[in-house]
Design a protein around this ligand. Sequence first.
Ligand SMILES: [Mn+2]
Length: 327
Amino acid sequence: MIDFELLRKIIDQHNSFILTTHVNPDADAIGSEIAMYYLLKRMNKKIAIINHNQTPYYLKFLDTENIIKKFNPAEHNKLFVEYEVIISLDLSTIDRIASLEETVRESKMVKVCIDHHDENCSFSDYAFCDSEYSSTAEIIFDFIKSENLFRIDKEIAIPIYAAVMTDTGSFVYEKTSPKTHRVAAELLEAGVVPRDIYKKIYEQVKYGRIKLLGKALSSISFNENKTIAWLTLKESDLQEADIDETDIDGFVNYTMKIDSVKIGMLFYELKDGFKVSYRSRGDIPVNKLASEFGGGGHLNAAGSKIVGKEMIDYIRVILNTAEKYLN
Ligand SMILES: [Mn+2]
């Protein structure tokens, strides 16, 4: 259970807040920041949102006031002295804020973490985390309701809906509960049009992304009994397609459309190593698999970055480790 009363107290006792989220932000990351921004604004607080990355183009519609800034130490370091509280959203380990890590570690701000991943937000002074939630935005929704802060209206319903929709894979992932649907129902009552949000998030795909998806799909490989499937992309493929890294996020999900597949992976090469996205079915803990390679995440969806290894040589090591998790 999350102690919403305590969160309320922290907000009441302070006046200035910096919000941040993880590297390669998704709709839950940006949606939670924007929802939290509206919430704090309505409580007459001073707010800045500073992220490691620029907001991906398909999520810009959530930031109607253009409040989210990409971290620039020269410009922003002073805010980490002036402001009182930093709220990290949708992340549970501090390395996920990438270039902000050192600044946040060294700052004397009160550190608050609001999250739904399995790890424990140990870097924060106050953690409001529960992995039973479908998304971080659903926690914010519950906070507004349980503390009776204000009526959920369309302005705040849109970022929350975008977050819940995407983090539940459009209401199909494991953490999708009757309650998640009740939350969605209330967001619809507030004026959200599901079709509009869906179109903005899933139907403004760039040409290069579809070309790259074609390459990724034609690379598909399997283990002997087709319980593990994996896709590979080379750095040159990414360069040619001229797209953001966030654009390849969903590619790994295609491996899970095959009925025999229990673990799906996407390997993509970077200049200094490579990244792996992991997916799994049932109770196969790919977050544990990812943590063997310096990563983490959820039971059925995780990621890791491996620096200083050649992807082509190292894939075999990860595949052998993945086999262990099948039983
Ligand atoms: Mn999330």
